[in-house]
Design a binder for this molecule. Sequence first.
Ligand code: NAD
Ligand code: TDX
Length: 339
Amino acid sequence: MKILVTGGAGFIGSNFVYYMLDKHPNYDIVCLDALTYAGNLKTLDGALKNPKFKFVKGDIADRELVFDLFEKEEFDIVVNFAAESHVDRSIEDPGIFLKTNILGTQTLMDASRKYNVKRYHQVSTDEVYGDLPLDRPDLFFTEETPIHTSSPYSASKASADLLVQAYHRTFGLPITISRCSNNYGPYHFPEKLIPLMIANALNNKKLPVYGEGLNVRDWLYVEDHCKAIDMIIHDGKVGEVYNIGGHNEKTNIYIVRKILELLGKSEDLITYVTDRKGHDLRYAIDPTKIKNDLGWEPDTMFDDGIVKTVNWYLENKSWWEEIISGEYQDYYEKMYSNR
Ligand code: NAD
Ligand code: TDX
């Protein structure tokens, strides 16, 4: 079995590469990644030592490169993680989100059609469903919830999902789609809530909480997402969408306080800043379908996962310190100074 993992130098893609090399030692894994600001080859150091793993630098929207790669490698399965993934950046500059997330997906599917890939799996997000009200804890996203997006990021992901479903219906491309809730764990890029708060707290910098910190996210340990995708590409039904989430809803302020507590830092570091434009209130996944159909359930509960994550950032300071010392400084200045 040969699997193409796009975006494998990013957060979830790299965790998936390690998960698959460990779980299926006889599979060949090829990673295609453009190494944008969010991609980091050092993250794949361990995988690069494995003869069953190969890294190719390239853009998923580069047709010539993608078609050449598919011709040469004859993939059985494609798992597309490659994306622009940060909502705040999509509010600043939507264009690259449309190019990578929509046209990149199209390019990969065109190549999958031409070279008869047996399964094209699209890694999507719960953000395609929009948000839920804070005062209706009885409501959850199911696979039937209508697409209803808020940010240029989520609109680009939803566009890609619709295109993936159209390629299945029109061309018979054997696709599956997964829509997961917020992930956390090792190799999470420090522009996102949890690693940003850990890095800032360790550097005794202010922790910028948007609005009142009452927005709710449904957090899943990254390895449980990888396990779900592995199950879907092997046993999922072609043409289907699977929601992934572990019923773990927390307000942002709860997360920030928990991180401060685990690091033994003062809550005086918290600062409330101007809210994100169009800020989604609450995400909450109903994972009944993947539980019933594939037997998936999460292994890591939040109280353990957050301790493991904080410890990982303590033990791997060089990984994130190098990232935040570079162009990230300009990004941080632009997004957070005078906010
Ligand atoms: P990330 O930003 O950490 O990583 C994205 C990776 O894609 C990087 O390695 C980057 O270099 C690569 N990439 C970007 N543009 C590319 C291009 N044009 N060609 C090739 N490679 C390119 O993102 P992540 O958090 O790991 O998210 C991975 C996927 O999972 C995305 O599709 C995202 O929408 C989805 N998702 C993420 C979450 C989450 O909580 N992070 C939750 C649900 C779904
Ligand atoms: O500095 C911050 N302060 C803050 O209050 C940051 C970076 C975030 N927040 C808030 C905004 C959100 O309510 O924390 C929450 C989480 O923010 P992000 O980490 O940016 O994640 P989110 O916007 O929820 O999107 C994530 O989950 C779904 C991923 O980045 C997406 O790629 C995925 O699809």
